[in-house]
Design a protein around this ligand. Structure first.
Ligand SMILES: NC(=O)c1ccc[n+]([C@@H]2O[C@H](COP(=O)([O-])OP(=O)(O)OC[C@H]3O[C@@H](n4cnc5c(N)ncnc54)[C@H](OP(=O)(O)O)[C@@H]3O)[C@@H](O)[C@H]2O)c1
Length: 363
């Protein structure tokens, strides 16, 4: 790895530290290098808090000089959001060399940040470690390019393809379930059906410690999204309604905002297959700033997302034991994989006696 890539990779590694706290903002890290040494570094921790490049300048123990080079994995912003534009601070700081891994996909920025820096005499180079930089912000990029969140669908499946069991509470083992909580921790929102709320009464929160997530700030629980066409779910009965977390109930009856219980009821169009998942994913991205969505579906919901090809990853935690008689069978994803070539198997990981299989769509 050449030196330039080494410093940029350091910025990307720092950016990754914000994975559980920065959403819905992108993951951004920054290092400042002088005479081949990293002399300051920072990453963006939380929406509304300082951006990585501003914090790296703050952490700098000496005055900026012409020999310093700043490495950032994402183009600095040039618009007023929750914070002031970073480009202004960078121009005023006196920094003369900036390396950027990739342009910001947000149309409010895309290339304009770089243009402004160059116009003000800063030498800007774009493109080192672009592949790694794209990977770390794949959700932020999806949000801006597809007007929907990056979607991970997760199911726990028995050896005989059942997703419910008449005798057992859990299909997958505790390692798989903990892995699922890491997925929840990095997600802006988690989506389930009315059926799951009624049958399982789940909490849908993140049950990991700050230590496990290597974070100091409070754990960010994902927004809870429920598809309930006819508003059959009783909001006084189930565990999810006992939490302060925002809830959104997509339905075909009404749009209204229950401030007291922090529930938004959003009406969307529906057809014989149910509510429009295109509309739902668009609304979550546009109105709720959801950059990544975890879906924990039963059989029907999984089919809908697969049929419409609206997903980025499907994760099956496959157990080594059968459920046997009773229990709901999920769709045969392997058959789809082999026959329709719609998806491919991306990875297989051992989770003690379970296996985690990740499928991705063929684009
Ligand atoms: N093993 C696992 O990982 C796992 C994960 C989640 C759930 N589950 C189990 O799965 C069971 C439910 O499975 P399921 O197949 O009956 O239900 P599902 O796939 O979870 O949800 C289907 C329901 O979602 C609503 N819906 C609204 N729009 C839809 C659309 N466009 N496409 C599909 N559904 C839409 C409909 O209910 P409305 O008419 O009320 O809107 C529909 O009946 C639960 O008992 C739960 O225990 C297992």
């Amino acid at each position: 790895m050449n030196r330039k890539n080494f410093y940029m990779q350091s910025a990307i590694d720092l950016a990754a530290k914000g994975k559980y706290t920065a959403p819905p903002n992108p993951n951004v890290g920054c290092v400042i290098v002088e005479n081949s040494k990293i002399i300051s570094k920072a990453y963006h921790q939380r929406a509304g808090k300082e951006h990585a490049e501003i914090l790296a300048l703050k952490n700098l123990k000496k005055k900026v000089n012409d020999k310093m080079i700043m490495y950032i994995n994402l183009e600095p912003c040039c618009h007023y959001g929750k914070t002031a534009p970073c480009t202004k601070t960078l121009i005023n700081s006196g920094i003369k060399n900036i390396e950027i891994a990739m342009l910001d996909p947000n149309p409010k920025v895309r290339g304009k940040g770089v243009k402004e820096l160059r116009k003000n005499g800063i030498k800007v180079n774009v493109g080192s470690c672009k592949i790694e930089a794209v990977k770390i912000n794949k959700d932020f990029i999806t949000k801006h390019e597809k007007n929907r969140p990056y979607i991970i669908i997760k199911q726990a499946v028995s050896l005989d393809s059942k997703i419910t069991s008449p005798n057992k509470k859990w299909i997958s083992n505790k390692f798989s379930r903990e892995d699922g909580h890491y997925l929840r921790a990095q997600s802006c929102a988690i989506l389930v059906s009315s059926k799951t709320i009624i049958n399982d009464n789940p909490k849908l929160n993140v049950r990991l410690t700050k230590k496990k997530l290597s974070i100091k700030s409070n754990i960010r629980h994902p927004i809870i999204v429920i598809l309930d066409s006819n508003l059959t779910v009783d909001i006084t009965r189930f565990k999810v309604f006992k939490t302060k977390t925002k809830k959104i109930i997509f339905n075909s009856i009404k749009t209204s905002f229950d401030k007291k219980n922090n529930i938004d009821f959003i009406k969307v169009v529906s057809n014989k297959n149910g509510l429009s998942i295109q509309s739902i994913t668009k609304i979550l991205s546009r109105d709720y700033d959801v950059k990544n969505l975890l879906i924990e579906p039963g059989k029907k919901l999984l089919s809908s997302f697969l049929d419409k090809n609206i997903f980025d990853e499907i994760i099956f935690y496959k157990s080594s034991s059968n459920v046997g008689d009773g229990g709901l069978e999920t769709i045969d994803i392997e058959k789809m994989h082999l026959n329709t070539k719609k998806i491919y198997q991306d990875s297989v990981t051992n989770m003690l006696n379970d296996v985690k299989i990740t499928y991705k769509p063929k684009r």
